[in-house]
Design a protein around this ligand. Structure first.
Ligand SMILES: NC(=O)c1ccc[n+]([C@@H]2O[C@H](COP(=O)([O-])OP(=O)(O)OC[C@H]3O[C@@H](n4cnc5c(N)ncnc54)[C@H](OP(=O)(O)O)[C@@H]3O)[C@@H](O)[C@H]2O)c1
Length: 244
């Protein structure tokens, strides 16, 4: 039996990285998958790479009108939603004294306001037995220089997961979070740090970065009934970086 047989799934930010690998894995497990993205080039690439696997839709994860429109489209096409993987996110790094306010606003818009708006507009069309999975980050548990904004957006998301778990329990919807450690995806190039991310490997007991495939497997666990007695939880997948 496939883990997501006939389930309707939305993955925000599924054009590259963890969301992209999750789209492929969830489809293999029987799901009808829709992914979103905001960049025309990565959207185009995902449309051909996910042809026959997932619908790829341009939708800004931080814009209310885009989210409401997408909720209407998914309801019209599928009737309801079973799994919501709120994965879209951006990184902006810098010392507090040198970062600008715009980076803070943009980070909270995409990483926190977007998921909050998604809960508002998508959970009313979710079926009982549904699962919401946030993508946070293990940075939300540590005081690491340069991460004041990013880590705070992800700590806010962890808090939101718990509140939403409480509010949605009666509707039979579980809410959990995946908290990845440093993972080999395009996000590092997009934020301008590129290969410098590898400097953290010395702090990871397993001595390597995580892979998008490993994160997709953890997301599948939270999205499927394999985690049926879990809600309000955040699972850390970081090669031991914040634990050992
Ligand atoms: N990689 C890591 O080390 C790591 C560690 C901890 C947590 N995470 C989290 O994992 C999640 C996925 O990141 P990733 O590493 O897989 O990076 P990624 O390859 O850059 O994927 C991010 C995805 O989000 C989309 N996205 C960004 N801004 C968007 C917006 N405004 N509207 C719609 N889509 C948007 C991107 O699409 P477009 O580029 O097309 O907009 C892309 O599909 C993020 O929330 C990130 O914070 C990553």
């Amino acid at each position: 039996m496939k883990k997501l047989e006939n389930k309707t799934v939305l993955i925000t930010g599924g054009t590259t990285g963890i969301g992209f690998e999750a789209a492929k894995l969830f489809a293999l497990e029987g799901a009808k998958v829709t992914v979103t993205g905001s960049n025309p080039a990565t959207l185009d690439h995902a449309r051909s790479a996910l042809d026959g696997i997932a619908d790829v839709i341009a939708s800004d994860a931080g814009v209310s009108a885009d989210i409401e429109k997408l909720a209407r489209e998914i309801q019209a096409k599928y009737g309801a939603l079973d799994v919501l993987f709120l994965n879209a996110g951006i990184t902006r790094y810098g010392l507090i004294t040198s970062m600008d306010e715009a980076a803070l606003d943009e980070s909270f818009r995409v990483n926190f306001k977007g998921p909050w708006l998604a809960l508002k507009h998508f959970t009313p069309i979710m079926r009982r037995g549904g699962s919401v999975v946030f993508n946070t980050s293990c940075t939300n548990q540590q005081g690491t220089p340069y991460t004041s904004v990013y880590a705070a957006t992800k700590a806010a998301l962890r808090s939101l997961a718990r509140t939403a778990a409480a509010e949605l329990a009666e509707s039979g919807i579980r809410v959990n979070a995946l908290s990845p450690g440093p993972t080999d995806t395009p996000i590092h190039a997009k934020s301008g740090i590129g290969d410098a991310v590898r400097s953290v490997i010395s702090r990871i007991p397993l001595k390597r970065l995580g892979t998008a495939e490993e994160m997709a497997k953890a997301a599948l666990f939270l999205a499927s009934d394999d985690s049926s007695f879990m809600t309000g939880e955040e699972i850390v997948v970081d090669g031991g970086m914040t634990r050992v």
